[in-house]
Design a protein around this ligand. Sequence first.
Ligand SMILES: C[S@@+](CC[C@H](N)C(=O)[O-])C[C@H]1O[C@@H](n2cnc3c(N)ncnc32)[C@H](O)[C@@H]1O
Length: 277
Amino acid sequence: MKSADFELYQNMLYKESGLVITPEKSYLLDSRLSPIAKRWNLDGGIVALTEALRKPAPDPKMIKDVVEAMTTNETSFFRDLRPFQIFETVVLPYLVKTKPAGSTIRVWCAAASSGQEPYSLAMTIKENQHKLNGMKFDILATDISTEILDIAKRAKYSQFEVQRGMPITLLMKYFVQEGETWSLKDDIKTMIRFEQLNLLRPFTMPGVFDIVFCRNVLIYFDQQTKTDILNRINGKIAKDGFLFLGGAETVLGLTDRFKPLEGQRGLYVPSESPYKA
Ligand SMILES: C[S@@+](CC[C@H](N)C(=O)[O-])C[C@H]1O[C@@H](n2cnc3c(N)ncnc32)[C@H](O)[C@@H]1O
């Protein structure tokens, strides 16, 4: 790809989604954008797609297709396991201790991909329901990609997908097998509300959240974007709330509005949090 064309995509992806791509990753443009050119019936492949995007007012749907094709949707049930154990053994007991019986707890899963992360949380909550003092959970799951959210809402997973991380007991309890496909049952499915949301744009949801999962998405952004997103998440999280980041992510060196919790890898609280381990 010519360097001027690479720059066109580099600037577009940065502006639209925050994704930073370096020249060594330009091969990804070739492999992921060919299907987009085909979808738009452009016989000239990526060259024709680039031409169409260079026009003074390119079709926003074409830009959206390019952005969605370039995002990485890698995920799995109970990914990294430890955050879900911390959620179960640290966060849920703290909520039981500090919130009145019957409270509604608000959870935001900010880069939900194909749904495995919010559904893992929902199953963890369901499994602990009897200990939760009548607490109700309002779980919002968002992602920039409407295509991946459609997959999440369908909640049908392949054998390969459920084999990655799903304990067999939970698989048997919460899924129905239909041939090669495992369909999540409605009692878990209906616990999640899916909505499109770009982390670069204002967070317009009302109120604040008690728990935010924003895992394995900040890694794709530059320092300035990470800081901006973390500071805006801080404005959307309760003072006694919890933030989960991915294993390769941190707040350190980016913002002082959150602090890590010692011994609880990946878990952060607002700097003024009253939480004591
Ligand atoms: C690697 S997946 C992580 C999924 C899940 N959180 C996990 O840890 O398994 C990253 C997700 O972030 C989404 N994403 C990328 N840029 C985004 C943005 N600017 N706003 C919201 N979501 C974004 C992608 O569409 C993708 O589904």
